[in-house]
Design a protein around this ligand. Structure first.
Ligand SMILES: *[C@@H]1O[C@H](CO)[C@@H](O)[C@H](O)[C@H]1NC(C)=O
Ligand SMILES: *[C@@H]1O[C@H](CO)[C@@H](O)[C@H](O)[C@H]1NC(C)=O
Ligand SMILES: *[C@@H]1O[C@H](CO)[C@@H](O)[C@H](O)[C@H]1NC(C)=O
Ligand SMILES: *[C@@H]1O[C@H](CO)[C@@H](O)[C@H](O)[C@H]1NC(C)=O
Ligand SMILES: *[C@@H]1O[C@H](CO)[C@@H](O)[C@H](O)[C@H]1NC(C)=O
Ligand SMILES: *[C@@H]1O[C@H](CO)[C@@H](O)[C@H](O)[C@H]1NC(C)=O
Ligand SMILES: *[C@@H]1O[C@H](CO)[C@@H](O)[C@H](O)[C@H]1NC(C)=O
Length: 477
């Protein structure tokens, strides 16, 4: 029995975590009904090479195909380990974020009167291991596959000649082979804006007056190199001339075979700001619940979306200390139609983050959610907690589940209904340990995060110019 189990579980594990193939048979307003019986067995076709992603232009919007990183990091040998590591790296991302936020809050309150060079707030302190999505673009005529990060700003790739580079699938970029490659000098104004967007000022190179950048992330990964500009071709007919990026000569970290980072944050140097005249500062995505490709859409033409409910917009909060995050005002939550009461609402905001997996709520809000959820999702045998997840059930043998619907409420009466595929995290493939995929932060003064598990099957529209965020229901697969 013990020897057969892994063999039996493997396809089950693959399909649960790769394409949780539940069939939603019915959906009422306050309850979602799932059939656990009928899994859609989808084979995971792992490729060991990152195939370039497709891109296209449609109705004035530029659409980049976006895939999960797993797709190009080779065969996964041990799924249990992968799943555990995923939650561990998720937790270290959240810890790094909270530390970064605390540093910013305290350093800016102490900053007045001190020389800014000694008190520069750390801007990029986010753990990168959990970044999941990749896109392929063309820089200086060469294809580069990059990790998408809404939590950082400077785009960079690994470059020749390289002092230290991690393994990547694409050939290393060689600036010598490009006619359009230009560097910035360290006295240029672009070089001087680096401390705003990376937390580290641009400095002069040792032998040449080129601008050298440095970005470091909370998990020990970093990239250093020269600040440059180059033709960025998003699609064959969407060229961004003079795109500012980092040509990294000294890079370290786990980047899953990609060539670097595509920064979609809010500061001046991010792709979104650099292309704001063309795309009006608007981008959007829809994250599927399986391995199907999704898309990163630059520019707005809502006719390219496939949303099934109207897009409603909520204001992005402008907290000067957290200006590079997408921060929203969480005004309330409901579980199965019941309003939750907690002091943690209406306070300091919640960050929408594409790189965090599991949503984190401040303790008072999480407690209220857990209590109400357990009240309504009753009669199911409990299972032990797993890592950060403490609301777990043994659902072995159940054919159908009635799950209370969870909704987030944001300022402006905007609601985000968590899709039925974003409710649970399967720790064991035989369903003997299935957990509510939402966790608590340790302290009430930390900042909550809405992770990508709960963003599944939603159209999320970032309008950075009007500083608002749009949400609508959409089946992304
Ligand atoms: C959006 O698409 C529609 C339909 O193709 C087109 O008529 C309209 O001009 C587009 N709008 C923009 C802003 O490109
Ligand atoms: C990138 O765009 C520029 C400007 O439109 C164009 O000259 C160049 O040929 C494009 N490169 C590729 C590889 O398509
Ligand atoms: C690029 O050209 C410069 C100057 O000609 C040379 O010093 C450098 O070694 C070349 N780098 C590569 C990677 O070929
Ligand atoms: C930067 O320095 C170079 C030479 O060191 C000089 O030619 C240029 O005018 C300077 N630019 C600015 C904006 O100061
Ligand atoms: C948050 O504020 C709004 C508007 O004042 C109010 O309607 C809502 O009940 C508040 N939320 C909570 C949970 O107190
Ligand atoms: C959030 O919205 C509520 C209701 O409009 C408001 O009372 C509260 O001040 C807002 N919170 C923040 C941080 O802006
Ligand atoms: C889960 O429940 C099933 C069916 O009730 C039971 O046979 C099994 O032992 C339970 N598993 C665990 C790990 O508790």
């Amino acid at each position: 029995m013990a020897e057969r189990t892994p063999l039996l579980l493997l396809p089950l594990i693959l399909s649960i975590f790769v394409s949780i193939g539940f069939q939603q048979v019915q959906c009422f307003e306050h309850k979602a009904v799932l059939s656990l019986q009928r899994f859609q067995w989808k084979e995971l076709k792992h490729v060991s090479v990152c195939l370039p992603q497709q891109s296209r232009k449609e109705k004035g919007a530029t659409i980049l195909e976006m895939k999960r990183k797993d797709y190009c990091s080779g065969q996964i040998k041990n799924w249990d380990e992968t799943l555990q590591n995923r939650l561990v790296s998720d937790e270290s991302r959240v810890k790094a974020l909270q530390t970064q936020i605390k540093n910013k809050m305290s350093s800016t309150s102490r900053i007045t009167g001190l020389s800014s060079s000694t008190q520069i707030p750390l801007k990029s302190g986010i753990n990168l291991q959990s970044l999941n999505y990749i896109v392929t673009v063309e820089l200086g005529g060469k294809k580069v596959t990059l990790l998408v990060d809404t939590g950082s700003d400077l785009t960079w790739i690994q470059c020749q000649p390289c002092v230290s580079c991690f393994d990547q699938q694409d050939p290393l970029f060689n600036p010598n082979m490009s006619q359009s490659y230009r560097t910035f000098t360290c006295n240029s104004s672009t070089c001087q804006t680096l401390s705003m967007s990376t937390g580290n000022p641009g400095v002069c190179g040792t032998d040449r007056p080129t601008c050298n950048y440095m970005v470091s992330y909370g998990d020990g990964s970093y990239s250093r190199g020269e600040l440059a500009r180059e033709y960025l071709n998003l699609t064959a007919d969407t060229a961004v001339p003079n795109f500012i990026f980092g040509c990294g000569r000294n890079n370290k970290g786990l980047f899953g075979g990609t060539s670097g980072i595509l920064g979609l944050g809010r500061s001046q140097v991010s792709l979104i700001s650099q292309t704001s005249r063309r795309f009006n500062g608007i981008f959007s995505y829809c994250l599927p619940d399986n391995e199907d490709p999704s898309s990163l859409i630059l520019g707005e033409n809502s006719s390219v979306y496939k949303n099934s409910t109207p897009i409603t917009y909520t204001r992005m909060l402008l907290n000067p200390q957290l200006s590079n995050f997408y921060l929203l005002n969480l005004t309330g939550m409901t579980v199965g139609g019941v309003n939750l009461q907690a002091p943690g609402f209406n306070n300091s905001g919640i960050i929408l983050d594409s790189g965090t997996i599991i949503t984190r709520l401040v303790p008072s809000v999480y407690r209220a959610l857990r209590t109400e959820f357990l009240k309504q999702f009753s009669g199911y045998p409990p299972a032990p907690a797993f890592s950060i997840l403490d609301t777990c059930f043994n659902l072995t043998g159940y054919e159908e589940l009635e799950i209370p619907v969870i909704k987030f409420g944001f300022e402006g009466s905007v609601q985000m209904t968590v899709d039925v595929m974003g409710m649970f995290y399967f720790v064991k493939a035989d369903a003997s340990q299935v957990c509510l995929a939402i966790a608590s932060l340790s302290y009430e003064d930390e900042i909550g995060l809405i992770g990508n598990w709960q963003q599944r099957n939603q159209r999320i529209v970032y309008d950075t110019k009007k500083s608002k965020l749009g949400i609508a229901k959409e089946i992304c697969n």
